[in-house]
Design a binder for this molecule. Structure first.
Ligand code: G2I
Length: 452
């Protein structure tokens, strides 16, 4: 008896030590430690793999992934006019500075976004009444101040954002209505003066394939080049729909490259109708791979930035109710098949990365002459579960008599326990425990449990 107890203790200790070491290992390592991070793959190809970020989230797992996997950051909102000058003459650079500092600390470039847009402007600006001269002054001062603040620190600026309608006509905005199409040349010129080393872009959506809108952008860039206006690149936002990567994407990138400008995929996401299924996520992987491959194929395509790397930080669900799952990581920071699609396009492995792990640990918490109480703890790190089943086979005739926080069935020596209605979810970094009573006689060796 004594021997068997001490051997049980020994085995328990071994098991628990093993489990503790495993947990520590998974926490310390990125979720897919075996594969090179995306940024290493991109660096090897001389490409950018970037993400839009929210400054306040740059800690914990979010900060770890943003810093480890991407070689470029774009502030999702922090550099927009409404963010930096909410009240005329009162500036708030906190989040923008934080993102630039984080990027520099992590050896990342920063893409400034965005200077001249029709949206997310402060109300003092949009509600004001301005002469053309005043509007021009406001725009030029804003550019001088913001671009000047980060002079030499940013790789690129989205100087003008979304200037076109779908049919290729100019969008009627504060800027176009006040200054005519020339506001674009003025803005680019002011940005060049404020930071000669930043690459200056015009950025728009629905310009990924060859169509009326992208052709209008093409004609604009051509004429700006001819006039000697400083323009270095075009940003193709690439807010795409599942299964609808334009077949002319690479051809379109190439025609801009042939004009003598760079091309960047600036806001890539691929949305789907929820719920996400395995089939949809597989299609999404194909789509992500196709987009990044098209960029890799053209030397003047600088790379791709995803518009938020996790589904927990994406604009899609708010704007398109019922749609989502548009980014390469799920809401619990587990890489989705889309992550592998990007990695593959960047020359990485074609097998999906291991998505962290959930482990089940069996232990005996008390034992008496004929019975014992046991528990199983399911813990996730770098992965998550929405339901679970734990199986084991008893080696010495043990028999479960009662279980709680799970439904357990025993057939012969085989035990199978599934989650209760309320504890199927095990979030990344979380755990669930269930318990049971059982009979034993002779010995009570610990079984090996499997989590399905
Ligand atoms: O709309 C998607 C993108 C299209 N291209 C330009 C991008 O700048 C734009 O980004 C999104 C941001 O990702 C959203 O986060 O721009 C939206 C505004 O058009 C941003 O949404 C705003 C919400 O509308 C606000 O209610 C919220 O306060 O984000 C703000 C900050 O979270």
């Amino acid at each position: 008896m004594r021997t068997s107890r001490s051997s049980l203790r020994h085995r328990l200790t071994t098991l628990l030590t093993g489990a503790a070491a495993l947990t520590a290992l998974l926490v310390a390592a990125p979720a897919h430690a075996a594969d090179p991070p995306l940024r290493d793959l991109a660096d090897a190809k001389g490409k950018v793999i970037g993400t839009a970020v929210t400054g306040s989230k740059l800690t914990g797992t979010y900060g770890q992934i943003a810093g480890a996997e991407f070689n470029s950051l774009t502030p999702g909102n922090a550099m927009k006019w409404g963010s930096v000058e909410p009240t005329r003459g009162t500036f708030n650079w906190t989040e923008a500075d934080q993102i630039v500092d984080f990027a520099e600390a992590h050896g990342q470039q920063v893409r400034g976004h965005t200077l001249v847009w029709h949206s997310q402007n402060p109300s003092w600006l949009t509600n004001g009444t301005w002469t053309s001269a005043q509007l021009s002054q406001l725009m030029n001062d804003h550019i001088a101040l913001e671009v000047g603040r980060y002079k030499g620190r940013l790789a690129a600026w989205d100087v003008v954002n979304e200037p076109f309608n779908e049919d290729g006509t100019y969008r009627q905005t504060l800027w176009y209505n006040g200054l005519g199409a020339d506001y674009i040349a003025q803005a680019l010129t002011a940005a060049r003066a404020a930071d000669p080393s930043a690459k200056l872009y015009i950025n728009d959506y629905n310009v990924e394939g060859v169509n009326a809108k992208s052709t209008a952008l093409y004609n604009l860039v051509k004429s700006l080049k001819e006039r000697g206006v400083p323009i270095d690149g075009v940003g193709l936002q690439a807010h795409l729909i599942l299964g609808q990567v334009p077949s002319s994407l690479q051809q379109n990138i190439q025609r801009f490259a042939d004009l003598g400008v760079d091309v960047a995929i600036t806001e890539l996401d691929i949305r789907m109708q929820l719920p996400a299924t395995e089939a949809k996520l597989a299609q999404q992987r194909t789509d992500y791979e196709a987009v990044v491959k098209a960029c890799v194929a053209v030397s003047r395509c600088t790379g791709a930035t995803v518009w938020g790397f996790t589904d927990s930080d994406s604009w899609i669900p708010d704007t398109f109710p019922g749609q989502g799952a548009a980014t390469p990581y799920d809401e619990n920071y587990a890489p989705k098949p889309a992550y592998s699609g990007i990695a593959t396009a960047l020359g990485g492995t074609t097998t999906p990365p291991p998505t962290g792990a959930c482990t089940a640990t069996y232990s005996v918490t008390s034992q008496w002459n004929t019975g014992f109480t046991g528990q199983v703890r399911i813990a996730c790190s770098g992965a998550s579960l929405s339901s679970w089943r734990v199986n084991w086979t008893y080696g010495a005739g043990q028999q479960i008599t009662q279980a709680w926080s799970a439904t357990c069935a025993q057939t012969g020596a085989a035990v199978s326990c599934t989650n209760a209605s309320w504890n199927g979810t095990v979030p990344n970094g979380g755990s669930v425990t269930f318990g049971f009573n059982a009979n034993w006689s002779g010995s009570n060796p610990l079984p090996t449990v499997t989590l399905g």
